[in-house]
Ligand binder design. Structure first.
Ligand SMILES: Cc1cc2nc3c(=O)[nH]c(=O)nc-3n(C[C@H](O)[C@H](O)[C@H](O)COP(=O)(O)OP(=O)(O)OC[C@H]3O[C@@H](n4cnc5c(N)ncnc54)[C@H](O)[C@@H]3O)c2cc1C
Length: 249
């Protein structure tokens, strides 16, 4: 099963962000000010006045592998709740398989060590699938057989050690638009792992496709600023290293 993202809610708009900034003078909206909303947003972001963007938020439901889940958790400026294998048995054996593993054949020496029924032809994709299924089988069996010994609570929380890293869980995550920009900059980037990059891209596409485009300018300026940051970041990094090496610090 592929990782997937659903946009389950959003709050705010370009106008709400602008109004937040205009609170410092007057929140009254004249037709002239309404016309200046987009220009103000670009000005704010480009000058580093990012707090008004915290007034808007986006809310997602994500089904993803454990590695991506950890990547999501790293973003402290977000709010995340997730499905818990401590509190319930994960009855549905959802798991993720990387498409780029297709057709990369397992060599005979590795095949000999494999624990499960040997296929005539086995690629790494299939090997991972079989290994995951074995983990899930042992998860359910150990839970069943350890419950009378350890009690349901301890059996549940420890049986999950059989779950593999590609097991999928559901997470409910909210970002404000400022932290969402930071998330996109770091995770929708070539440096990020493929899976979290795909999740970040899905999130961005969903927000940009909201009816009536409430975040039209905000998303434009965030995305463009991120592109420019990525482009110039390497240059800045090189320059800093060079200056340090030359003792100009
Ligand atoms: C390519 C890549 C590789 C990575 N590799 C690793 C790794 O090997 N190991 C690992 O542990 N993590 C790794 N990370 C995670 C990374 O270290 C960050 O934890 C993660 O990206 C969250 O970034 P953040 O702190 O900017 O986001 P958030 O936690 O959402 O914070 C948003 C912003 O708020 C501010 N902020 C938040 N908390 C504080 C604070 N305590 N003090 C001051 N300012 C704060 C900062 O400006 C920060 O950028 C990696 C991330 C990427 C993108």
């Amino acid at each position: 099963m592929k990782n997937n993202v659903e946009l389950i809610g959003h709050y705010g708009s370009d106008e709400i962000i602008a109004l937040s900034a205009w609170t410092s003078t007057s929140r009254e909206l004249s037709p002239d000010k309404l016309e200046r909303v987009s220009k103000l947003l670009v000005h704010l972001w480009s000058q580093g006045h990012e707090t008004p963007f915290e007034k808007a938020s986006v809310h997602f439901l994500v089904n993803c592998d454990i590695a991506s889940h950890i990547h999501l958790l790293k973003h402290r400026m977000s709010s995340l709740n997730a499905e818990s294998a401590r509190y319930k048995e994960l009855k549905e054996d959802k798991f993720y398989l990387p498409n780029d593993w297709w057709d990369h054949k397992v060599t005979p020496d590795v095949k000999d060590d494999l624990y499960y029924p040997q296929e005539e032809y086995m690629d790494w994709f299939l090997a991972l699938e079989e290994y995951t299924k074995l983990g899930n089988k042992l998860y359910h069996k150990s839970l069943e057989q350890l419950t009378p010994v350890l009690g349901r609570k301890r059996a549940k929380e420890s049986a999950r050690f059989f779950k593999t890293y590609n097991s999928q869980i559901q997470a409910d995550v909210t970002f404000n638009l400022r932290s969402f920009a930071n998330f996109l900059r770091l995770r929708n980037s070539e440096h990020a792992q493929l899976e979290i990059r795909e999740i970040a891209q899905q999130m961005q596409d969903l927000v940009e496709a909201i009816d009536d485009k409430p975040f039209k300018t905000a998303m434009w300026v965030i995305t463009r600023a991120n592109e420019l940051w990525i482009k110039h970041q390497e240059e800045i990094s090189k320059q800093l290293i060079e200056e340090f090496k030359n003792g100009t610090n």
